[in-house]
Design a binder for this molecule. Structure first.
Ligand SMILES: [Zn+2]
Length: 146
């Protein structure tokens, strides 16, 4: 289960499907139908996906930054710059849309730009959690250099 990794990859703007209710066969079918990479730590699932012609990445890292580095190395991409404007909703994978402070109904409005998920309506802004995300990004880029 890599829900935390899925949420982080969505922050980079990737369209990441994450579903814990699907069995291995359904996961492979979904990945094939939607032309997605299958990310897993399950060696059997990984090997079965490859046999069926599905692009798959075996995750062996012990934390999300290590696993994300494995994904970027395997796929052959550099992580894009983290920007809320191009992120997806970490919760539901929906696109984010900039909204004005007037549209936002929060008690103590931080002075920031707001981003609203067009699917679930969750509101995001660059707040106290952002340094943690930037720290993750820094560690990921460090790992990609090794
Ligand atoms: Zn959402």
């Amino acid at each position: 289960m890599h829900g935390s990794l899925a949420r982080k990859l969505r922050l980079y703007g990737y369209d990441v499907s994450y579903n814990t209710n699907l069995d291995d066969k359904a996961l492979i079918s979904k990945a094939a139908e939607e032309d997605r990479w299958l990310l897993t730590s399950d060696r059997n699932l990984y090997l079965t996906a490859l046999k069926r012609g599905v692009k798959a990445c075996l995750l062996l890292g012990k934390d999300d930054a290590s696993r994300a580095a494995e994904v970027f190395k395997k796929i052959g991409l550099e992580p894009p710059t983290l920007k809320p404007e191009t992120s997806r909703c970490p919760i539901c994978n929906g696109l984010l849309q900039i909204c004005s402070p007037e549209e936002v109904e929060v008690k103590h409005k931080p002075k920031s730009t707001y981003y609203k998920c067009v699917v679930c309506g969750k509101l995001y802004w660059i707040g106290s959690h952002w340094p943690r995300i930037v720290g993750f990004d820094r560690r990921l880029r460090q790992l990609l250099k090794t």
